[in-house]
Design a binder for this molecule. Structure first.
Ligand SMILES: [Zn+2]
Length: 398
């Protein structure tokens, strides 16, 4: 029988042997927009390659998250799709080169961060790990917002559409472009610790990813890579397309290359029951040692249409998430066995700094020996005013 457990060579599992949980970063697109990058350029691969100010901004966002004290940095590879040009999609854009460039940029930023910490504090810091996000077919091809809005709008008469209504061959072809041997080898060479499939919202898509990982076993081993798959869920029981979360987790539980299962870009009030389902399924499948990663969105939802009279922003806080607080929620998730926590849409470096501080203090209270193991945030070490947990008012400013 093939082991379904994370290999001891998994860098995340190895790091978790030394500390109770790992903190992941937050939203790149949200942070880029705050730096004045336009919506189009945020998702425009050629702009990131060819416009120096965009590249510089991506680097600044990476550095802001590193200085917040994260243990894991996400390279800016999520939306590495064909470039958007005025005439439409530039089919000739070399996506692979864009991935290489973003992996180099993330590694370069981590190198500079580690060096600066040594200069500032005189000793080595634990090097943050790097993961390589890969967007779902829905995000890459259809557009996540339209998928999520469709589910919300048609909740009552929702008709499940396998594979987002696309043939399996289309989904497979999408991932073939993202999992080519050159990309995997380059990721290994750049020090990527894990592939991160994100906003996955369909059972067929999970099956295709697991099958492809199995087919790529040789090059994955050569590159020292395994994967996490993070589901995006419309309800506490189902992913975006309506498939049950349990059926998706069962597939992942049986795939030896998926060392970590999780949930991202999902409203925070749904996370606790989703984690409960994930744990139950992993237990039933004898895969309890797989890691669990959780990075919800801020609870705001994106209205994918023209604003109407009286509306001022496409992002609107959902009523179920009005009183939500990232730090309090994350402490509960970690206590229930979640190994990695971070943020998705609308969660920026200031919120992640608050999360780092909250979780580290929580660890010290819950497990005094963690004081020796945890890494204080840079802001604490610099003696700057501590960044408090995000409050309702600070969230509203995002
Ligand atoms: Zn998101």
């Amino acid at each position: 029988m093939v082991s379904t457990k994370p290999s001891s060579s998994c860098p995340l599992a190895a790091r978790l042997a030394k500390q109770p949980c790992l903190i992941l970063d937050g939203a790149m697109a949200t942070s880029l927009k705050k730096l004045g990058i336009s919506e189009v350029d945020t998702w425009n691969a050629p702009a990131l390659l060819h416009q120096p100010h965009v590249r510089k901004s991506v680097k600044k966002v990476h550095m802001d998250f590193l200085e917040s004290g994260v243990d894991i940095l996400s390279a800016n590879t999520y939306a590495a799709d064909y470039g958007i040009t005025e005439g439409g999609v530039d089919e000739n854009f070399k996506r692979t080169q864009w991935v290489f460039d973003n992996l180099d940029l993330a590694k370069e930023t981590i190198d500079e961060f580690v060096k600066s910490q040594k200069t500032l504090f005189g000793n080595e810091v634990q090097r943050p790990l790097l993961v390589m996000p890969i967007a779902s077919f829905a995000s890459g091809i259809i557009g996540r917002a339209s998928t999520a809005n469709r589910q919300q709008k048609d909740q009552d008469d929702y008709h499940r559409c396998e594979g987002y209504g696309f043939p399996a061959s289309d989904i497979r072809s999408y991932f073939e472009g993202r999992l080519n041997d050159d990309v995997l080898r380059y990721a290994g060479k750049t020090g990527v610790a894990m592939l991160a499939f994100e906003t996955i919202g369909d059972l067929l898509e999970v099956e295709i990813i697991c099958t492809m990982l199995e087919e790529k076993a040789g090059v994955l081993e050569e590159a020292g890579l395994s994967a996490w798959i993070a589901l995006t869920c419309g309800t506490a029981d189902s992913v975006d397309t309506g498939d049950s979360i349990a059926s998706c987790v069962e597939k992942m539980a049986k795939c030896p290359h998926v060392t970590c299962v999780g949930v991202n870009c999902t409203e925070p009030h749904l996370i606790t029951p989703i984690v409960g389902t994930m744990k139950n399924v992993l237990k039933e499948c004898g895969a309890e040692d797989k890691l669990i990663v959780v990075y919800p969105n801020s609870g705001e939802t994106y209205i994918s249409r023209e604003l109407m009279a009286g509306e001022t922003d496409h992002w609107v806080m959902t009523s179920a998430c009005q009183d939500w607080n990232l730090v309090d929620a994350a402490m509960g998730w970690v206590d229930s066995g979640v190994n990695i926590v971070g943020g998705c849409c609308r969660i920026d470096a200031a919120s992640i700094a608050g999360l780092v501080e909250g979780i580290r203090n929580h660890e010290i209270i819950a497990r005094p020996e963690a004081k020796k193991l945890g890494r204080p945030s840079t802001k604490e070490k610099k003696g700057k005013k501590k960044t408090g947990p995000p409050t309702r008012s600070s969230k509203a400013r995002r």
